[in-house]
Design a protein around this ligand. Structure first.
Ligand SMILES: [Zn+2]
Length: 236
């Protein structure tokens, strides 16, 4: 457990002993559930980008808000593999929407049963209806009981659009990854003589060639500030 008198208690759930978990829950009854995907993100970024991003953001958030970060669930529907007329058929594991719904429902049921007061569900992959399915399951759980508040949001829904917009393997996602997992990015694999495109490079959004760890850090700080406020409100 990482805790002193002044810093919030937080930890990686799967690495802790029961007594350590209980000590953190007693101080901050918050669980973070990062939801990833194994999905092609171009030649320049790791296929686990969405889960790495979501997990990294949950860790950054837990450091300031306290609580327990669960390992990412790397099961996604509606990946780039489904998009018609794109050649990115490899390096994506695409699951059925119903599988995602079942896994989300059972994860939330179990975390409610563990008596967390807040569950922060952070999908790193916002393909549709994958993202709406996770939000629907969060809303369903909130309507079904009163002890746990489930928050389901994406980083781009929390951060001002002036700072970062929804994207796939583009400026925002790549900057997050460069800041959190620099070994999982190689900008030199992007085309140098033209703007990257969805059809050729799996890039959707602002040009990732301008990505940097520094930009990623700005995005992370904006995310942490907005998310921490949501958690504080839910704990009140
Ligand atoms: Zn992504």
């Amino acid at each position: 457990m990482n805790a002193t008198a002044t810093t919030p208690a937080w930890g990686l759930y799967e690495q802790l002993l029961p007594a350590e978990i209980e000590a953190i829950v007693a101080r901050t009854p918050v669980a973070y559930l990062p939801w990833g995907a194994l999905e092609y993100h171009g030649k320049h970024a790791a296929v686990g980008l969405d889960g790495l991003k979501a997990h990294g953001l949950c860790v950054e958030l837990a450091r300031v808000a306290g609580g327990l970060v669960l390992p990412p669930v790397y099961v996604a529907a509606n990946t780039i593999k489904e998009v018609k007329d794109l050649s990115h058929r490899r390096h994506s594991l695409n699951f059925k929407e119903e599988t995602v719904r079942t896994l989300a429902r059972e994860h939330l049921e179990q975390l409610v049963d563990e008596k967390f007061r807040v569950v922060f569900l952070l999908p790193g992959h916002v393909g549709q209806p994958h993202y709406d399915i996770l939000k629907e399951e969060a809303a369903r759980m909130n309507a079904a009981q009163t002890t746990t508040t489930v928050i389901c949001t994406s980083e781009t829904d929390l951060i001002s659009k002036d700072i970062v917009i929804v994207n796939h393997a583009a400026l925002g996602e790549v900057s997050f990854l460069m800041s959190l997992y620099p070994q999982s990015v190689d900008l030199s694999r992007l085309p140098q003589d033209r703007v990257p495109t969805l059809a050729d490079d799996a890039v959707w959004g602002p040009d990732p060639r301008a990505a940097s760890a520094e930009k990623g850090r700005v995005y992370i700080e904006a995310f942490v500030a907005a998310a921490k406020q949501k958690i504080t409100e839910a704990l009140r």
